[in-house]
Design a protein. Structure first.
Length: 437
């Protein structure tokens, strides 16, 4: 502080007077609203700071022996500096009365053509790659090979959009060896495009490191090796699922009481079961069947597709349909155990119209409990024509015989029943009690 006080007045002012007051700097501020805003904010911080320093200096220097006139001179210089700053600030405020708005401006929504799907650079690159024409004037060899298999360019683009990595798979290193492997398994060439469209990621797997070891692992769990062609056609993503996920699902199937043989059959005929979440799908469905009195292991073995259905959208509405028509919970459970596909039937298109016709057939309700597969037959092509034929013969056959039998067996059953009926009539006609009347 002593050194500062001993400076000549011009030197002191050159240090303390802020350059913001110069015409050059002011012009810069006047031409730059954001900088002006910064200056405005700085003034209201600096002015109180200078005042505080000044007062502190006057008070603290009493004990140092400085004359009061020198102290007042210093204070005047500080006030001169502050006035200069405020003067500049006022000029800035006058020229820019409204500070710039720092709020983020709203961005108008993107047009439909620029939706996130199109802004994804990986997808764009993939689509561009499968669409581009090479130096020879033709599409890439991978694309030409897929077209030769029966796909069109739009389908290939769709695959690239859904699974961008597919566009970069090597023809000789990935795609072609896997296609040939599938053909060797017995997959038809006409099925390859469908497999490609449904599971393009399958063709990014390594034969030696992924596919063949996974197949061996699944065969060890009971998958029928003779059924690989059908299995892959039915669910091509099966071999893309991790072994840990398969093992976790298999452990759950053991938990509910299925045998190793049953699990092998389920994995062979309905591999989609592996794709279901245990906590979100399989376990809640098992609990629901338990509430109906159904043996879960039997239900899963006979019709595993039920465990991919929604409890709220598929299972409960069908159950309530039968309960509302007088069936007990136990009877519904029996029907489901005997015909698991009942839950896959549409209420509006199948169950309701077939039920409405059933009540006109003079069968007791118990016939449906015994033979719930009634709901599997076509109403117009099988149920109504056969029922009309039976009525014409004037006989009554069990519902299972009426619908389940082949045409030849049904014909024989009707003739046999009619013959018995005529014989009974004849016996009744020649009954001695009848002759004596």
């Amino acid at each position: 502080m002593h050194a500062l006080w001993r400076m000549r007045s011009a030197e002191f002012q050159s240090l303390t007077r802020p350059r913001i007051g110069s015409s050059r700097k002011t012009d810069n501020l006047e031409n730059d609203p954001p900088k002006a805003a910064v200056a405005r904010n700085s003034v209201f911080v600096l002015v109180p700071l200078f005042l505080s320093i000044s007062v502190y200096f006057i008070v603290s220097q009493d004990s140092m022996g400085f004359p009061r006139t020198q102290q007042l001179a210093f204070l005047g210089k500080v006030f001169f500096c502050q006035a200069n700053v405020v003067n500049t600030e006022m000029k800035v405020v006058e020229r820019f009365p409204n500070p710039p708005d720092n709020k983020a401006k709203q961005v108008s929504p993107l047009p439909a053509s620029l939706s996130p799907i199109f802004l994804n650079s990986k997808k764009l690159k993939a689509i561009s790659r499968v669409s581009e024409i090479g130096p020879t004037g033709e599409l890439r060899p991978q694309v030409l090979y897929l077209i030769e298999l029966g796909m069109d360019l739009d389908q290939i683009k769709s695959m690239a959009r859904r699974h961008p990595s597919f566009a970069f798979y090597s023809l000789e290193g990935k795609i072609k060896p896997l296609v040939e492997f599938l053909l060797d398994l017995g997959v038809l060439k006409s099925d390859i495009p469908s497999i490609l469209k449904r599971a393009p990621q399958f063709f990014g797997l390594s034969l030696s490191e992924n596919i063949i070891p996974n197949m061996a692992f699944l065969e060890g769990l009971g998958v029928d090796k003779k059924q690989w062609a059908k299995l892959i056609r039915r669910y091509p993503s099966f071999l893309c699922i991790s072994r840990q996920k398969v093992k976790t699902t298999v452990d759950f199937l053991y938990e509910i009481g299925l045998s190793a043989e049953s699990i092998g059959k389920i994995l062979t005929w309905y591999p989609q079961i592996i794709g279901n979440s245990i906590d979100d799908k399989l376990r809640p469905t098992a609990k629901y069947f338990c509430s109906l009195g159904v043996d879960v292991a039997v239900a899963l073995h006979r019709f595993p597709q039920n465990f991919s259905l929604s409890i709220e959208a598929n299972l409960k509405p069908v159950t309530e349909f039968f309960l509302e028509r007088g069936f007990s919970m136990e009877e519904v459970g029996t029907m489901i155990s005997r015909y698991g596909a009942l839950y896959t039937k549409s209420l509006a298109k199948s169950l309701i119209p077939k039920w409405e016709f059933f009540v006109t057939m003079d069968y007791p309700q118990s016939e449906l409990v015994k033979h719930p597969a009634y709901f599997s037959y076509s109403l117009e092509e099988r149920i109504k024509p056969r029922y009309a034929l039976m009525k014409e013969c004037g006989v009554v056959l069990p519902l299972s015989t009426l619908l389940l039998s082949s045409s030849d067996v049904l014909d024989k059953a009707l003739k046999s029943k009619l013959k018995k009926k005529l014989a009974q009539k004849e016996r009744s006609y020649y009954n001695p009690s009848h002759i004596g009347q």
